[in-house]
Design a protein around this ligand. Sequence first.
Ligand code: NAD
Length: 260
Amino acid sequence: MLSGKTAIVTGSTSGIGLGIATALAAAGARLVINGLGDAAAVEAERARLAADHGVEVAYSGADMSKPEEIAGMIALAEERFGGVDILVNNAGIQHVAPIEEFPVVKWDAIIAINLTSAFHTTRLAVPAMKRKGWGRVINIASAHALVASPFKSAYVAAKHGIAGLTKTVALEVAEHGITVNAICPGYVMTPLVEKQIPEQAAARGISEDAVVRDVLLAAQSTKRFVEVSELAALAAFLCSPASGSITGAILPVDGGWTAH
Ligand code: NAD
């Protein structure tokens, strides 16, 4: 379905991004994967994706908090594969703390990586998509693009911002065959969530079991974590011809959380 297309998935060395990269490779797309991690482990993952799916896979170690490195990643896709057709803005970090104790460096990093990086990738990828008359931008937002939780001021601000960016760019590029959508997962058991369980326990003064039961899954009516495969399947669908009229959409995949 996606053979001949090139996809960049930011933050695809782990978790949701790796799952989406795998689904797009399985559909035949060439990949630029990106993210932090041990060089040998990243190279093993890159080689595995290429071998398993018979597609070319390049790696960019661009730091999503650095605009010049983001430009280098888009240039790599242009030089190696002739431009980006599918852009998945997925890289993200989290920090949990009360507003009066929220470290300024963490605020700045979360806004840069979770929000501003998508501005840079999108502004740099859209010209090639316009030239080709086809493109897909998929922003991995969060249920926190729609509702808030305490102690996540920077993350909730960034994710609400991504929802606004999604809708705005969708309107600007709609007549060029480019769709722009946001997927809003509920809680998924990835390293990002594993790390925040002890942080949430400390911020709230409760046990880690209570964080999972009474905080993370409290509003998720399915009472289970969202699966990476469920998000990857939606991302692949948003790249398929059947999705051409879905644009500017903020799509919850959250077990009913934001239906409350
Ligand atoms: P994860 O920690 O497993 O993966 C995050 C990825 O981002 C990794 O590949 C990491 O290397 C990369 N990354 C982090 N900082 C980076 C930087 N400066 N430059 C480049 N890459 C960087 O997390 P995840 O749970 O898979 O999260 C992926 C996205 O999904 C994030 O945007 C997150 O906010 C969102 N999300 C996650 C959940 C959840 O419950 N896990 C829920 C809703 C939304």
